[in-house]
Design a protein around this ligand. Sequence first.
Ligand code: FES
Length: 135
Amino acid sequence: MVVLNKLQEAIGHISPAMQFYVAKQLNQPISNIHGVVLFYSFFTTKPRGKHTIKFCVGTACYVSSIDQIIEKAKQVLGIGPGETTEDGLITLELCRCAVVSVLAVRHLLLSLMKKFKDACNRIDSQNIQKSEVIN
Ligand code: FES
């Protein structure tokens, strides 16, 4: 676990190749290493973006229409859960109950609105730059 923590901190993810290497060095079956990486949400097998937005899909959030918020995020950012924007800024992830329930969803929604606004402004400014180059 310590080795995996160090890898995650240093490199930002633990790819299957890295898991294989760790398993070999520790003389452990690859399934043991892979199981730990999959179990703890702190670990990721792919690099995350600079910012990670996690959507709780626990029961309370689910009945509060979190699926509609996720759908909107997918539309605005053009990525789905588990994916990162091309510019490497935002990763979307799903998680289970964060023990903060619907109030957290409202807070998350407000936070998302700001991130979406920033993302839209960034896209707009990129479009302006491209049109300026064309003209
Ligand atoms: S169900 Fe979403 S925070 Fe608990």
